[in-house]
Structures are given as C-alpha cells and as structure tokens.
Design a protein around this ligand. Structure first.
Ligand SMILES: Cc1cc2nc3c(=O)[nH]c(=O)nc-3n(C[C@H](O)[C@H](O)[C@H](O)COP(=O)(O)OP(=O)(O)OC[C@H]3O[C@@H](n4cnc5c(N)ncnc54)[C@H](O)[C@@H]3O)c2cc1C
Length: 396
C-alpha cells in the first residue's frame, strides 16, 4: 500500500512536534504525517528527569504537545522508519508500507551510548516516557540504583531518586562532578549538594561492562571495582541517529549536515533537533542536544518546508538544568579553557565567562537569572577588553 503526504516528519520528538505545529500555522491544508517509534504521541521531555521525581503532584499529562487532537495532523505511533528513498521521495516503514512526501523533516534525535552487557529491563537510559515508566516500576524507596555519567540528566536523576529515598550511586569519569562544564570552584560547590543529600559519588573512573543475575546488576568499573544494584541507569551520552540519512545518500558527519536554512544535501529534506548539524551564526558549525535547539530549529525547518526561506539565526542555543536548589543556564561553548574563565559574583550567584583565544566563547549563569539574549549579544559583539566583560549582564 502506498500513501501520499505533502509533509512527512520523521521522529515525534520535540523538534518534530514543533515543526508540525509550525507547518500547520503556515499551511492549513497540506497533508501532514508524523512517524514515531514511540507508543506515546509527541511530548516535552525535560520533566522526565526533574519534576516527575521531585514534584509528586506534577500534572504529568501536561507534557503532551497540543497536536494530538488536531485531526489535520496524522501521527503514526509505535512505527519505525526503515528507509528513505530520496530519489523517489518516499519512506518505508517496518511493515513495508511506503509513504510519498513532497517535503521531509529528518528529526530522529539520537540513541543512548551503551556499554558491554546483555539487554535487561534492569539496565536503561532515561530517554523517553517508556524508560521513565520502566524505571518507576523497578526503582522504589530503598532500591539501590547506580547512575553512570555525570551530565545534566544523570545528575538530575541522581538527585530525584535520592529524594525518593533510594540508595543512589553516581559514577563519573572526572575528579569533580560536572567539572567538564563548570569551573572547578563551582563544580565543587555543585558536587557538595549531592554529598549533602547522601548520593554516593564514585569519581575518576569509567564503567566498563555489566551483567545481570538474580535481579541484581553487577557493574564493572575501569578501576577494577564491581558495584551491585537493583537498577543501572546509563547516562553516558547520545549518538545522533544518522544511519537512515546516510543510507539515503545525505551528507552526514557529527549529525545530519544542513545549511543555514536547515536544508540537507537533498533539497526536499530538512533536519532539526539533536541530529541537526548546522552553521550556527554565533559559534559556527555545530550540533546541540538542547530543548531550545529542538524547538527553534523545528520551527524554522517547519516554516521553510512550507516555502519560507528563513535563515536559522537563533545562535548559541540555551542549555539549562534545575537540580536541587541549583539552576544553571548557558549559551555558547562552555568547556574551552574553562580554568581561565572569568567568574563574576552577582546577586548571590555567579556568571561565568568562558574564553577562547582571548574572547568570550560561552556564558553560564549559576543561581542567578540574566537575559540570555543579552549574553548572546556579548558573544557576538564582545567588549574590546576583557575587564569590561563583567557587569555587562544585570540580574533580573
Ligand atoms: C530526560 C531528559 C531530560 C532533558 N532535560 C533537558 C533540559 O533540562 N534542558 C535542555 O535543554 N534539554 C534537555 N533534554 C534534551 C532535549 O529533550 C532534547 O534536546 C530534545 O528532546 C531533542 O529533540 P529531538 O526531536 O531532536 O529528539 P527526540 O526528542 O529525542 O525525538 C526523536 C524521536 O525520533 C524517534 N525515532 C528515532 N528513530 C526512529 C525511527 N527509525 N523511526 C521512527 N522514529 C524514530 C524517537 O523514538 C524519538 O521519538 C532532556 C532530554 C531528556 C531525555
């Protein structure tokens, strides 16, 4: 059976959902289909590692995007796309059915990186609602949970599970938690909050492999230690899902390569979200895994699919986290030369200016709120001398 749509969106994640809503704003009639592997309709992911654990009364149903009831958008859930035939402008799903498109959005996100070990329900990565549900089933007050990876999601979850009375161990490769992103002094302060609430920290080592027997996971660390737990959560990064694009002959690298209009090397196919590699107007060609990037790039790709020729100019997308009583926001490149970063104490919090070749490359706020659009302006038009950098951003 062959179907035909004006617009097809591959992936019902945050980028795909935003693109679909935007297409509908600009083209009320063009037929539109979202194809997604998940059994859930598109939803907003960040609460899965935050409010879902920290706010018992959080209205979980509010995470769904308001497109599910819109009958002018068809959504195929629980459906894996197998192949794109770019010459024929078709996609094939796992059942063998073929769908024709005029414009296609490639927004397949990424797949969690893994370590050696056989598949088990006790070992998961928190990427989607299904993972959340599985984790909830397994991790109860008193459960022993190991989280590998000290990135934002791993740290958020470690705090969330601890607040749910679990015995939590966080394994990470650095000396101090999150020192890859935070200057050492702030990383130490950040880490101390986890110590204070009783999360066990194992630093300076990688996780090598795991095995599962008798409802127990054994995790082998590079330093030779073996840890045991009821559940293992891997938060060790994401690989962009480029395989279908590559097989279809699109240019890929670290992500699917697109131009400033978010058009891939095939003029009928656009890319957005975590999988997108594009020329950022502030920090140059890059790929990001942030909410803001998924939303903005999804919207611009959606508009361009309807015929707009809009340059994607939302440079240096925001990344953020809220963990315990700490809130962090950042734009730009936040790891280069971090030890030379300029740290400004403001209103009980900190603003960090990361430097690269003597210029600010990224700006991060720690427990202080500033206008991040102004922070972006500083990255674009930095002051002539670094001593003028501080006091440019005012707390709001
Ligand atoms: C738990 C969690 C917390 C987060 N918190 C924050 C935060 O606080 N701040 C922040 O900036 N960012 C956060 N993020 C990151 C943010 O959610 C992502 O950047 C965003 O979801 C990316 O959107 P996307 O549409 O590109 O990819 P995704 O939202 O991952 O969507 C991709 C979709 O494609 C589907 N798919 C993949 N392959 C196929 C296939 N072959 N066929 C059909 N469908 C397929 C997937 O199932 C998925 O539904 C968080 C992410 C997670 C998981």
């Amino acid at each position: 059976m062959q179907y035909s749509y004006k617009y097809i969106i591959l992936g019902g994640g945050m980028a795909g959902a935003n693109a679909a809503m935007e297409i509908r704003k600009y083209d009320r009639k063009g037929t539109l289909l979202i194809v997604t592997q998940e059994t859930d309709k598109p939803y907003y992911r960040p609460p899965l590692s935050k409010e879902f654990w920290t706010e018992p009364d959080y209205p979980k149903e509010t995470i769904y995007y308001n497109i599910s009831d819109d009958e002018s958008i068809d959504i195929l859930t629980g459906t894996t796309v197998k192949q794109i035939n770019a010459d024929q402008q078709t996609i094939e799903i796992e059942s063998g059915e073929i769908y024709q498109y005029e414009k296609l959005l490639y927004s397949l996100g990424g797949a969690p990186k893994w370590i050696d070990g056989l598949e088990s329900e006790r070992v998961l990565a928190l990427r989607n609602l299904e993972d959340y549900r599985n984790l909830r089933k397994l991790a109860k007050p008193g459960s022993k949970v190991i989280i590998v990876g000290g990135g934002w999601v791993g740290a958020e979850l470690a705090a969330g599970l601890k607040l749910n009375d679990m015995d939590v161990t966080l394994v990470f490769p650095n000396e101090v938690l999150n020192e890859k992103r935070l200057p050492r002094m702030l990383a130490k302060e950040f880490q101390q909050r986890f110590v204070d609430i009783g999360v066990s920290l194992i630093n300076n080592t990688y996780a090598n492999s795991y095995s599962v027997a008798d409802d127990q996971v054994s995790l082998k660390l590079e330093n030779g230690a073996v840890l045991k737990a009821d559940v293992l959560v891997l938060g060790i990064g994401l690989k962009p899902n480029v395989e279908l694009a590559e097989a279809a002959g699109l240019e890929v690298g670290n992500g699917v390569i697109a131009d400033k209009y978010l058009q891939t090397s095939n003029k009928h196919i656009y890319a957005a979200g975590d999988v997108l590699n594009y020329p950022d107007v502030i920090i140059g060609r890059n790929r990001f895994e942030h909410e803001e990037q998924a939303e903005y790039s999804g919207k611009v790709a959606g508009r361009n699919m309807t015929g707009a020729e809009e340059v994607y100019n939302h440079g240096a997308p925001l990344s953020y986290t809220n963990i315990l009583d700490i809130s962090i926001e950042g734009v730009g490149e936040m790891s280069r030369n971090r030890d030379d970063a300029i740290i400004e104490e403001v209103a009980g919090g900190y603003i960090v200016y990361y430097l690269f070749k003597g210029k600010p490359s990224g700006i991060l706020t720690y427990n202080v709120k500033v206008d991040m659009d102004k922070a972006r302006e500083i990255l674009v038009n930095p002051p002539k001398t670094l001593d003028k950098l501080t006091r440019m951003l005012k707390p709001i």
